[in-house]
Design a protein around this ligand. Structure first.
Ligand code: NAP
Length: 267
C-alpha cells in the first residue's frame, strides 16, 4: 500500500498492543515508509507483530521518546498511569492518539500536562479486519495542520475516518462504536430462523454472513440507498413484502432507533 506523504518516515508507536492496538499496528504494517514500534505489558503478545516488521520496545519511556505519533491502546482506567510514565520522555512535537473509550481531550491534555498535542479516537471492532470506522477529535489547538493530516491518513489506511467535534463522540459511540453488536444480533436472529427452517447451524451462519457482506456491498455502491434496494426486493403481492409488513407491524425499525437512542443516553 502506498504510504501517504504525511506519514513518510514517521515513527509510529503503540503502548498497549491487545486486540485494538495490535489490529492498528497490523494494518499499518502494510505501509512501507513508516517505522512501527510496540510496547505491551506482556511482551509475548508482540511476537506476531514483530513478524510483520514492528519493533518491540522494552519500556514506556523508550517508546514515548522515539515516537512521532504515539497511540495509547490500553484500557481507559490505565491511560493516566501510562501517560504519567511516558511524560518525562515525550517531545513537544509528539502527537498522542488515544483510542480509550470515554477519556476526553481535556483528560488527555491534563495527563500530559499540556506538553504535547493530543487526539481522541473512537474505533469499532471491524478495525480488527482493516474495515473499521474511526471518529477523530482533532480539536486540540496545539495540533498543526500537518499533524492533523498525518492522523487522518494513519486511520484512513485502516478503514473509514470521520473527523468530528468531540461533543459528537457519544452519538458516534451509540451508532458506530456499539454498531457491530446490532449487526451481529440481527445476523444471529436470521441464522436462528435458518436453523428453524432446517439448515444446519453452520450452513445458516455461512449463508447469513454472505447475505450481510453482499447486501453491504450493494448498499455501498455509488447512488445506492437502502430503502430503494429494499423496494427492489419486494415484488407486488410477493413473498418478501409479507415479511416486511410483519417487521413494520411489530415496529422493528422503531425498536432499532430506540436501541441506538438508549445507548446514546448512556454514552
Ligand atoms: N475492543 C473494542 O471494541 C474497542 C472499541 C473502542 C475503543 N476501544 C478501546 O481500545 C482500548 C483497548 O481495548 P482492547 O479491546 O484492545 O483491550 P485489550 O485487548 O485488553 O488490550 C489492552 C492491552 O494493553 C496492555 N497493557 C495493559 N497495561 C499496560 C501497560 N502499563 N503498558 C503497556 N501495555 C499495557 C495489555 O497487556 P496484557 O497483554 O499484559 O494484558 C493489553 O495487551 C481500550 O481503551 C478501549 O476503550 C476498544
Amino acid at each position: 500500500m502506498t504510504t501517504p506523504v504525511s506519514l513518510e518516515g514517521k515513527n509510529i508507536g503503540c503502548i498497549g498492543c491487545g486486540n485494538m492496538g495490535s489490529a492498528i499496528l497490523n494494518g499499518l504494517s502494510q505501509l512501507a515508509e513508516v517505522h512501527l514500534f510496540g510496547y505491551n505489558r506482556t511482551r509475548s503478545r508482540l511476537a506476531p507483530l514483530e513478524e510483520k516488521g514492528v519493533t518491540a520496545v522494552d519500556s514506556i519511556p523508550a517508546i514515548a521518546g522515539l515516537s512521532d505519533l504515539l497511540i495509547i491502546g490500553v484500557k481507559p482506567y490505565l491511560v493516566k498511569q501510562v501517560l504519567t510514565e511516558a511524560l518525562p520522555a515525550l517531545r513537544p512535537q509528539t502527537v498522542i492518539l488515544s483510542i480509550a473509550a470515554g477519556i476526553s481531550l481535556a483528560d488527555l491534555k491534563s495527563n500530559v500536562q499540556n506538553h504535547c498535542a493530543v487526539v481522541r479516537v473512537m474505533p469499532n471492532t471491524p478495525a480488527l479486519v482493516n474495515a473499521g470506522s474511526f471518529a477523530l477529535a482533532l480539536d486540540d489547538p496545539a495540533l498543526c495542520s500537518a499533524d492533523q493530516q498525518a492522523c487522518i491518513d494513519l486511520f484512513s489506511s485502516l478503514g473509514q475516518v470521520l473527523v468530528l467535534p468531540e461533543e459528537k463522540f457519544p452519538a458516534f459511540t451509540a451508532l458506530i462504536g456499539c454498531g457491530p453488536a446490532y449487526v451481529f444480533h440481527f445476523m444471529d436472529a436470521l441464522a436462528e430462523a435458518g436453523v428453524t427452517l432446517g439448515f444446519t447451524r453452520q450452513e445458516a451462519l455461512e449463508l447469513v454472513t454472505q447475505l450481510t457482506l453482499g447486501s453491504a456491498k450493494l448498499a455501498a455502491l455509488p447512488g445506492s440507498h437502502p430503502a430503494l434496494l429494499r423496494e427492489q426486493v419486494c415484488s407486488p403481492a410477493g413473498v418478501t413484502i409479507e415479511a416486511m409488513n410483519h417487521l413494520d407491524r411489530t415496529a422493528v425499525r422503531g425498536h432499532l432507533i430506540d436501541a441506538v437512542l438508549s445507548a446514546y443516553r448512556k454514552s
